[in-house]
Design a binder for this molecule. Structure first.
Ligand SMILES: Cc1cc2nc3c(=O)[nH]c(=O)nc-3n(C[C@H](O)[C@H](O)[C@H](O)COP(=O)(O)O)c2cc1C
Length: 209
């Protein structure tokens, strides 16, 4: 039987992206997000206006979109309740978020410089896209504080293990298994990858099996 419900969220399953952006002091912030999709050479990235990432990209549009696979899941979870924003918003404080200026150290990830003026990429990420935010759209209700950032992908760097054998410019869909966030839980290969601090922080009901 079909039911009409009022879901808390509509996170049906999208790839986890670790976005690198430049802080005011020139250091790099890295934030996990998953409201992301691509068409042509454009990425659409949905984030809260209260994040340091949206602040940074409003001021300095260069970013790196570091895609995430299963071996990175523990590092991602270490970032789940952190923000690069010094004045942690009240609603995040109430959910035990804290300010962290060095997300790479906190996550145990390795920074790598791709371009002289862009933010640092994440060496462990098997796909690193240099991108530039070209427009920021206010979306959802007026008080939702949500932004859809439209970013042009300028260059794509990929671990050659993810390329189709014998092809220089084609991903192998059988080799690429993105970490997926589904209703605040982590999935890879279709199975639940590990407990999610995001789900715990936001008081989501426990999984039953
Ligand atoms: C796996 C994962 C996916 C997330 N997806 C999003 C998202 O799509 N949009 C968003 O605004 N926040 C998302 N978050 C929450 C942000 O990571 C969080 O707000 C973080 O504090 C932002 O960091 P910043 O303030 O340093 O930019 C996600 C968190 C995790 C762990």
């Amino acid at each position: 039987m079909m039911r009409t419900i009022e879901p808390k969220m509509l996170y049906f399953g999208t790839p986890v992206v670790l976005i690198s952006s430049l802080n005011d002091d020139g250091t790099t912030n890295a934030a996990p997000m998953s409201s992301a999709w691509w068409v042509g050479r454009t990425a659409m990235l949905g984030m809260s206006v209260n994040s340091q990432t949206v602040h940074n990209l409003t001021e300095r549009p260069l970013c790196v979109l570091n895609l995430v696979d299963l071996p990175m899941v523990d590092a991602i979870d270490r970032l789940a309740l952190l923000t690069g924003r010094r004045d942690v918003p009240g609603y995040k404080k109430a959910r035990s978020y804290r300010y962290e200026p060095d997300k790479f150290a906190a996550a145990g990830l390795t920074p790598v410089q791709l371009t002289p003026d862009g933010p640092l990429a994440v060496a462990e990420s098997p796909v690193q896209m240099e991108a530039e935010v070209r427009a920021i759209h206010s979306i959802d209700s007026a008080d939702a504080g949500l932004r859809a950032m439209e970013a042009a992908v300028l260059a794509t760097h990929v671990d050659e293990k993810l390329l189709l054998p014998g092809h220089k410019h084609h991903f192998d869909p059988l080799a690429w298994d993105p970490l997926i966030m589904k209703f605040t839980e982590y999935f890879a290969g279709g199975t639940n990858a590990r407990p999610s601090s995001l789900a715990a922080g936001w008081g989501m009901p426990a999984l039953t099996h």
